[in-house]
Design a protein around this ligand. Structure first.
Ligand SMILES: Nc1nc2c(c(=O)[nH]1)N[C@H]1C(S)=C(S)[C@@H](COP(=O)(O)OP(=O)(O)OC[C@H]3O[C@@H](n4cnc5c(=O)[nH]c(N)nc54)[C@H](O)[C@@H]3O)O[C@H]1N2
Ligand SMILES: Nc1nc2c(c(=O)[nH]1)N[C@H]1C(S)=C(S)[C@@H](COP(=O)(O)OP(=O)(O)OC[C@H]3O[C@@H](n4cnc5c(=O)[nH]c(N)nc54)[C@H](O)[C@@H]3O)O[C@H]1N2
Ligand SMILES: [Mo]
Length: 760
């Protein structure tokens, strides 16, 4: 059976009569994910886009509305001419700075057919595009942490290894828990899932776990853990209460603070409330985060008394002031003085993806060269609706002041903004502004439906590729399982054809076929790895073998070990070379929503500000049965739905108070919109908190553009930046109300019924 690689693992593809009928686990994977089975039945389902499509209203002189119109099927040659002519026209009339191809998104695994790499290379060939910076995953961390630790990207996949925690750790404190459901994923693929095994091993080795989360399930029940059911978005207050307790009881490591940090004195003044008159004591924190003050004091003492790893979940960044829990968590770890020691210190995102805490050799694989973008305009990734609605308006970002470009054409490949963005009703309004929207998709999700021209693409199981990523030791030769469905083409071939029409074919392809590129990428990687002492088999041997595992290092990674050993020789890349508890750079930006040291800011929406209208805090976590919106149309995601709708976890008291019962479809709503979701009642969530996983394909009611019948939580989440510093997304700061509805007249779910298509 041919092998394939996905972001959720490596599988053998089982094919019968030209159809994919099974995804069999790869023998090397001790803990394979079921998500892959979600592909079965989707490839040629009605949701598949089988030919190029043009929105009817766009063809008829730009009438109608994106997202509501029918489509006209056209030939590839007509579709490509339309796209090339439109790109050329906009370039001439408005310039490349009016083309947005910042198109964020995960696309698919595979080093060559990576949609983002392809589109950005192509756009650079035709004169550039407005890009986006940072990610939806952890934008706030990407911007604040370089000020505090000197780097972010360098550290994120360099966390102290699980093996070190097993050998030397005593206590693991997870702010945002340790959600194993998320470790099913690894960007670019994985040959083996390791988090579950590591967590079990640490537990057997005697490491104790504390789950700080509104959700009990954020810690695997295989480890006995203390559950501190914190109010959402109050981790910074809890951390400050812990810091204050350490200081008050003389438990801080003053030598560490002196030698490795700067600015503790300013922070201590803040803890004591010298200026604002507010002592950040455990009692103060308790009132904010809804936990007993004694539990906070006890946790501080326990942390100071044992080797402690503080893990900060990436989700903490996706809330208002998401910079603060990252910074405060680092400062808390600095006060404990264990940064750079085996098994302790600070960690970011254990179990957020499979890679974190997995000892790997640092290797650098070749990737598709991106060329140079001649356009300098950019946006922080989550400011897309602001950009479309307010061209020319200024915005702050990391100390700079910029302005939003005036976008006339959007070109998207490999992401789904109607999955990832917040306040979707607002995005849809903003999305009507540009003259033209072009996308490459394989399925009729909301992105495809909201495009003017949709070009149908292949999926990874319909093309050859190589999975190789520095985030996993396995290289996988991805072999096609089936022929491309309908007229689907690879992103690369589409851009090569457009290149031909626009006179940049040679620049884009460099005369290489897909196969030539893959060999080129592999052999260049082979040369690079060889220089660092890692040998790869010859290209043809690798293809024949199907996969190759890189050797694992024989030493455990301990983040900041060098810095700890010799801070003069291995300074951090901060202005002081030390951990910046106070950053004069950030203070110098003079932002009212991000000071020079970590601080508590009450979010605009949280339980502390909840009133009768919207008394519940909505979290929208990563879904356990899919990756974002990918494979929501498949059988694995379907099995977790309640009568075809996304689930909501709700505390039994909140359900009882509203006359809601297990399995009911209910309406969640706020001023931004409403969704229908199916109820799962539990005692394992903090009362007052509801959780709807992300990923349900947007399915707007035809009479109510603010109602999603299928349960997409981004109808409710706010489109509000974390702060002026990072301008990151803040989905997790969201208040809602829930109500029972008449179960006998629910609107039909239509998410998976394709739009009306006319033959051209
Ligand atoms: N409320 C809320 N919202 C969130 C989050 C949250 O926690 N709460 N999390 C955020 C986070 S962390 C992230 S990373 C984002 C994720 O947001 P995205 O990465 O945008 O979500 P995906 O559904 O993975 O979108 C990938 C798209 O690429 C398409 N695709 C797959 N393979 C190919 C290919 O080969 N070629 C082309 N052209 N297309 C392809 C898929 O069909 C899919 O539509 O969501 C963010 N949104
Ligand atoms: N199965 C699956 N796994 C995935 C993904 C997926 O779509 N599906 N997406 C991948 C991607 S792109 C990313 S970026 C990572 C993200 O990884 P994370 O950011 O870790 O993912 P989340 O599930 O959003 O959040 C983790 C937990 O944090 C808790 N939490 C939320 N808000 C708060 C808070 O204010 N305080 C505290 N203490 N806890 C809080 C939630 O209960 C949640 O279960 O996941 C990756 N893994
Ligand atoms: Mo993410």
């Amino acid at each position: 059976m041919p092998l394939t690689s996905t972001h959720w693992g490596t599988y053998y593809t089982e094919v019968r009569e030209g159809k994919l009928v099974g995804m069999q686990p790869f023998g090397q994977d001790a803990d394979p994910s079921d998500i892959g089975k979600g592909l079965v039945g989707t490839l040629d389902a009605p949701t598949r886009i089988t030919a190029p499509m043009v929105r009817k209203g766009w063809l008829d002189g730009r009438k109608g509305q994106r997202g509501k119109d029918s489509f006209v099927e056209v030939s590839w040659s007509d579709a490509l001419s339309l796209v090339a002519d439109e790109l050329s026209r906009i370039k001439v009339e408005k310039g490349n700075q009016s083309i947005f191809a910042g198109c964020y998104g995960w696309a698919s695994a595979g080093r060559f057919h990576h949609a983002q790499s392809q589109i950005h290379r192509f756009m650079n060939c035709i004169g550039g595009y407005v890009k986006s910076v940072n990610t939806y995953s952890f934008a706030a961390a990407e911007v604040i942490i370089p000020h505090v630790l000197g780097d972010f990207r360098g550290f994120i996949y360099d966390q102290t290894s699980w093996q070190s925690i097993c050998d030397d750790g005593g206590l693991f404190v997870g702010f945002g828990g340790l959600p194993l459901k998320n470790a099913q994923i690894n960007q670019g693929g994985t040959g083996g899932h390791v988090q579950k095994g590591f967590v079990a091993k640490a537990h057997r080795a005697g490491v104790e776990f504390v789950n700080i989360s509104p959700l009990a399930a954020d810690m695997p029940n295989t480890v006995k853990s203390d559950w501190l059911a914190i109010r959402p978005n109050t981790d910074t207050a809890l951390m400050l209460g812990l810091c204050y307790t350490l200081l008050d009881e003389g438990l801080q490591d003053s030598d560490f603070l002196d030698r490795y940090c700067t600015g503790f004195d300013v922070f201590a003044t803040y803890l004591h409330g010298t200026e604002d008159g507010c002592t950040k004591s455990a009692d103060w924190a308790a009132a904010i985060c809804g936990l007993p003050a004694d539990d906070i004091r006890n946790l501080a003492r326990r942390m100071a008394g044992t080797r402690t790893m503080i893990s900060l979940s990436w989700s903490l960044t996706r809330q208002a002031h998401g910079e603060q829990p990252m910074w405060a968590g680092i400062v808390l770890a600095a006060m404990l003085g264990q940064i750079g020691l085996p098994g302790g210190g600070i960690g970011i995102g254990y179990s957020a993806v499979n890679r974190v805490g997995y000892d790997l050799n640092r290797v650098s694989f070749a990737s598709v060269p991106q060329g140079i973008n001649a356009v300098k305009e950019f946006i922080p990734v989550a400011r897309i609706a602001d950009m479309l609605l307010q061209p020319g308006s200024p915005f702050d970002y990391n100390g700079g002041r910029f302005s939003y470009p005036d976008i006339q054409l959007i070109y998207w490949a490999g992401g789904n903004p109607f999955h990832h963005h917040q306040n979707l009703a607002r995005l849809i309004r903003a999305w009507q502004k540009p003259q033209t929207v072009i996308s490459h998709e394989w399925c009729w999700n909301a992105l495809a439906r909201h495009s003017d021209i949709v070009l149908p693409v292949t999926t990874p199981v319909e093309r050859r590729d190589i999975a190789m990523t520095p985030l996993d030791p396995y290289l996988v030769s991805m072999e096609p399982a089936i022929e491309p469905v309908g007229q689907a083409r690879d992103d690369y071939d589409i851009f090569a054809s457009l290149g031909q029409l626009m006179g940049v074919e040679e620049a884009f392809t460099e005369g290489r076929t897909s196969e030539d590129w893959q060999r080129w990428l592999y052999e260049l990687s082979q040369q690079r790895l060889s220089k660092s002492g890692v040998e790869l088999p010859a290209y043809t041997s690798f293809r024949e073998a199907g996969w190759h595992k890189l050797p694992l290092p024989d030493k455990q990674n301990i983040m900041f070990a060098d810095f700890r050993r010799d801070p003069d020789q291995y300074p951090l890349k901060t202005p002081s070379g030390k951990i910046e508890i106070f950053s004069s750079t950030v203070a110098g930006f003079a932002y009212d929503d991000c000071l020079g040291h970590p601080a508590w800011f009450a979010p605009p929406e949280w339980l502390g500000a909840a009133e009768d209208t919207y008394p519940l805090h909505l979290l929208s976590n990563q879904p356990r049965t899919k990756l974002h919106s990918q494979l929501d149309q498949g059988p694995v995601a379907a099995a977790a739905k309640i009568r075809g709708r996304e689930e909501v976890l709700m505390h039994k008291d909140d359900a009882a108070a509203r006359g809601i019962e297990e399995g009911d479809i209910i309406r969640l709503f706020n001023a931004r919109g409403a969704i229908y979701v199916g109820v799962r009642i539990t005692a394992q969530i903090r009362p007052g908190v509801v959780m709807v996983p992300t990923g349900a394909w947007l399915d707007l009611d035809k009479d109510d553009p603010e109602l999603c019948k299928h349960g997409n939580p981004n109808m409710l989440a706010p489109d509000r930046p974390t702060s002026k510093l990072a301008q990151g997304p803040a989905a997790h700061s969201c208040l809602v109300q829930a109500e029972a509805v008449d179960q006998t007249c629910l609107p039909e779910v239509t998410a998976f019924i394709p739009p009306v298509i006319e033959k051209g």
